[in-house]
Ligand binder design. Sequence first.
Ligand code: ZN
Ligand code: ZN
Length: 127
Amino acid sequence: MRNSHQRDAILAYLQSKRAHVSATEVYDAVREQIPNISLGTVYRNLGQLVELGKIITVETQDKFVYYDGYTKPHTHFVCRGCKQIFDFEYKTTPPSEITGEGFEIESERTVYYGLCRNCTEDALEGK
Ligand SMILES: [Zn+2]
Ligand SMILES: [Zn+2]
């Protein structure tokens, strides 16, 4: 069961990180344990983990995808200044237009884009 071993290693890495990491970062980290793993295999396993609901993705405005092993409902803020991704334990309430109309919500993802506090201050100071 080589495949599930690789997938477990990738999942364990993401769950230990509590951060948002790119596929190449995952690749570099997992390669220390599984030296012959390929980047393609990492991408394939990441895709499977997303499908299984074990990890989630966050997309930046310039379409970079980051992987998050923290799957409890939370909201992301992506800063366009420093490119950091922030987690907020904030749940949006689905609008009654959806819930009242017999639609079954299975997942929800909100991403806010803008400038974080540090970058806003830098902008104000004209740095
Ligand atoms: Zn920032
Ligand atoms: Zn997150």
